[in-house]
Design a protein around this ligand. Structure first.
Ligand code: ALA
Length: 588
C-alpha cells in the first residue's frame, strides 16, 4: 500500500463514521506558549478537548505532520524518525471506549485486512490513582481477541503533552513485524518485534498545575496511527527506510556518495540520519523557521549540522539541497516552498562547513587526554557552531569525556538565550490556559490591530500580518511582517494605543462563521490551507470588531476589563529573518 492510499483510506473510513476532516496544521504551534513543535494530532485540538465547542462538530479525523525531537540521537535505527505523519480520529465528548475500540478493530482487520493473529493490545494497568482499565480489555476480548494477546501495563497513559491539560489511559495496538519467524502465542510487549502502530487515548482527565488529575468536562478520544510504521508493516518491510517515503531519498544519497544502503552498519546508519534530518529540516523551514541559536531555530540548526557531519561519514559535502529536491517531489501534496528551503539549507550548510574542519581539530587535540573542558566545548559551540549535543556525541564516539557542568556555566554566563531554556521548555510541553497567558494572548490581538493603525505600510505591503507567536504567563513574543526596526516614537504610539483600548475595557466576542464570511467580515488571519477544510472557523472581535477582528481558536479574555490594572509594554525588538520582526511584550 502507498502513503496516499493509506491516508485516503483512513480519512474515508472515519468520514463514513460521521467524522469531519480537520486541517493538517503548521509544525510550529500557533499561540502555544510552551511546545516547540506539533508532536501529535491532538495539539491544535487542546481547547476543544477541554470543552470548547469545535466548529466542525464532535467527531473529527485528520492527518497531521509532526516533529518529535526527544530522540534525535536515536535516529539511525530502523524505526525512529524526527518527522512523521500521524493519522488520528477524535471524539470530543461524543463516543468513548466501546466505539473507539470497535472502529480501530474494524479498520485494522476489515479495511487494512491485518490478520488478527498478528495483532496484540495493551491496556492501562491502573496506578492507585486511576483504576485498571478492564473495560478496554473486555471490549477487545468481545471482538474475538484472545486473552493471551491482551496485557495490562502501567505505562499505558498518554499526556498531558505538557505539564497540564487533557490526558488519560490508553490502549495501544501492536503488530508482529513481518518476517520475524514463528508467531508467538503470548504477547510480550518487551519484545521489540511487536511494533506499536496505533494508540487510542481515553482523555477523560485534565491535569492541573498542582499535579492533580481531575475528571475533565467530557470524555474524549484521541488516537494516533503512525503512517510510516503502518506502511512498513503493511508492505512486509522490517526496516521503515525500505519504504516508499524513504527509498527515493536513500537512493539519492547512494547516488551521490557511491555507497550502498545496507553495505555495513556505519554507512546504513549514516544514510538514515542524513535522510531523516534533511526531510525534517525541509518541513521545518517550510513552516517558517530559519536556523538559529534558540528554540525551533536551534533544533533546525542541529538537524542540518548533524546531517552534514554524517554526510562526511559517507564522504559527501554540499549535498543537502540535492537531497531536499527529492523530498519536494516525494511530498508534492504539501506544495513545499522549494526556493526558500533550498536557500536556507545551502546557507546553513555553507556556514557550518566553513568551521567544521577547524572545530574537529579541537577533538584531535584533546584526544590523548580523553578529557574536554567545558570551555573547549563552549568554544566549539560559540566559535565553530557545534551544537553541544553534537560535541557530546562526537566525544562519546572518540571516548572523550566532556565537562558538561563547566560548559553550562560558561553558556549561562554568556547568554540568557541558551539552549537549556529551549530544552526545558520543550519538556514542559503544552501551556496551561492560565489567566496571565490568556490576557497576553488577547494583548497580541490588540498589538496587531494597533500596528495596522500606527505603522506606515512599507513598499508593496497591504497589511502587517502576524507571522507567529509564543506566549507564556510572563511575556508574549510576537512575530510580524515588517522590514525594519520600529522607532522609539512608533513603539510609544503602539503602547499608548493598546493601553487606551485596555482603559476603555471593550468586550471580546467569539463568533463562528464560514471562511468566506470571515473574509467578508474583514477578519485578520492566515488564509491558508489551515482553514481549507474547516466548515466553520472561529473569529474573535474586540469592541464589536472596531478594534480587532481575527481568526483564532482562543482562548481569550471576555472583556478588556480583565487587563485593567496592567500596563502593556514592548520590551525588546529583534529581526527574525528577511521581512520579519519580533517584539517581546509584557503586561506589567
Ligand atoms: N496523542 C496520542 C499519541 O501521540 C494519540 O500517541
Amino acid at each position: 500500500m502507498k502513503r496516499k492510499e493509506l491516508i485516503e483510506t483512513y480519512l474515508k473510513f472515519f468520514k463514513s463514521k460521521k467524522h469531519k476532516e480537520v486541517a493538517n496544521v503548521s509544525l510550529v504551534p500557533e499561540n502555544d506558549p510552551s511546545v516547540l513543535f506539533t508532536t501529535a494530532g491532538m495539539h491544535p485540538l487542546v481547547p476543544f478537548l477541554l470543552g470548547q465547542k469545535h466548529p466542525q462538530g464532535k467527531r473529527l479525523v485528520g492527518v497531521q505532520r509532526c516533529i518529535r525531537t526527544g530522540d534525535i540521537e536515536e535516529v539511525g535505527d530502523t524505526s525512529h524518525h524526527t518527522f512523521f505523519e500521524m493519522l488520528g480520529n477524535w471524539s470530543l465528548g461524543d463516543y468513548f471506549k466501546k466505539e473507539a475500540i470497535e472502529m480501530s478493530f474494524e479498520f485494522l482487520t476489515k479495511v487494512l485486512k491485518m490478520p488478527v493473529e498478528r495483532l496484540a493490545f495493551s491496556v492501562f494497568e491502573g496506578d492507585g490513582e486511576v483504576d485498571k482499565d478492564t473495560d478496554s480489555a473486555d471490549i477487545w476480548a468481545s471482538l474475538g481477541v484472545s486473552n493471551e494477546r491482551i496485557v495490562y501495563l502501567e505505562e499505558n497513559w498518554w499526556g498531558p503533552a505538557g505539564k497540564t491539560g487533557p490526558c488519560g489511559p490508553d490502549t495501544e495496538m501492536f503488530y508482529w513485524k513481518p518476517n520475524k519467524g514463528k508467531l508467538p502465542g503470548k504477547f510480550n510487549p518487551k519484545d521489540s518485534n511487536w511494533l506499536e502502530i496505533w494508540n487510542d487515548v481515553f482523555m477523560e482527565y485534565n491535569k492541573d498545575t498542582k499535579g492533580n488529575y481531575n475528571l475533565a468536562k467530557q470524555e474524549n478520544v484521541d488516537t494516533g496511527m503512525g503512517v510510516e510504521r503502518t506502511l512498513a508493516v503493511l508492505n512486509g518491510l522490517e526496516d521503515n527506510y525500505l519504504g516508499e517515503v524513504w527509498q527515493p531519498i536513500i537512493q539519492k544519497i547512494e547516488m551521490i556518495s557511491k555507497h550502498k544502503y545496507g553495505e555495513d552498519e556505519i554507512v546504513t546508519r549514516a544514510m538514515r540520519i542524513v535522510a531523516d534530518h534533511i526531510k525534517a529540516a525541509v518541513f521545518i523551514i517550510n513552516d517558517g523557521i530559519v536556523p538559529g541559536n534558540s528554540e525551533q531555530g536551534y533544533v533546525l540548526r542541529r538537524l542540518i549540522r548533524r546531517a552534514v557531519r554524517y554526510g562526511r561519514v559517507l564522504g559527501i559535502e554540499s549535498f543537502t539541497t540535492s537531497i531536499a529536491d527529492v523530498v519536494y517531489e516525494l511530498y508534492g501534496d504539501y506544495k513545499l516552498d522549494a526556493r526558500k528551503i533550498t536557500l536556507e539549507l545551502a546557507n546553513e550548510e555553507e556556514r557550518f562547513l566553513k568551521t567544521l574542519a577547524q572545530g574537529l581539530r579541537i577533538f584531535d587535540k584533546v584526544a590523548g587526554s580523553k578529557k574536554m573542558s567545558g570551555t573547549e566545548a563552549f568554544l566549539l559551540y560559540q566559535s565553530y557552531g557545534f551544537p553541544i549535543e553534537m560535541t557530546l556525541e562526537l566525544a562519546k564516539e572518540k571516548g572523550i569525556k566532556v565537562d558538561e557542568k563547566e560548559y553550562s556555566d560558561a553558556l549561562n554566563k554568556h547568554s540568557e538565550l541558551s539552549r537549556t531554556a529551549a530544552a526545558g521548555k520543550f519538556k514542559s510541553g503544552l501551556a496551561d490556559d492560565s489567566e496571565a497567558t490568556t490576557r497576553l494572548h488577547t494583548a497580541t490581538h490588540l498589538l496587531l490591530a494597533a500596528m495596522n493603525k500606527v505603522l506606515p505600510k512599507l513598499e508593496g505591503m497591504k497589511e502587517i500580518q502576524q507571522r507567529g507567536s509564543n506566549i507564556n504567563a510572563e511575556r508574549a513574543r510576537f512575530d510580524f511582517s515588517y522590514d525594519r526596526k520600529l522607532t522609539d516614537d512608533e513603539v510609544k504610539e503602539l503602547e499608548d494605543l493598546v493601553n487606551g483600548w485596555i482603559w476603555d475595557g471593550a468586550e471580546v466576542k467569539r463568533d463562528e462563521m464560514s471562511l468566506d464570511e470571515a473574509k467578508k467580515f474583514g477578519a485578520a488571519g492566515i488564509f491558508e490551507d489551515k482553514y481549507k477544510v474547516a466548515e466553520k472557523i472561529s473569529v474573535y472581535s474586540i469592541g464589536d470588531g472596531k478594534i480587532s477582528k481575527e481568526i483564532c481558536t482562543g482562548p481569550h479574555v471576555k472583556s478588556l476589563k480583565e487587563l485593567q490594572g496592567c500596563t502593556f509594554k514592548i520590551k525588546k525588538q529583534d529581526s527574525v529573518g528577511a521581512g520579519a520582526r519580533r517584539v517581546k511584550v509584557v503586561l506589567e
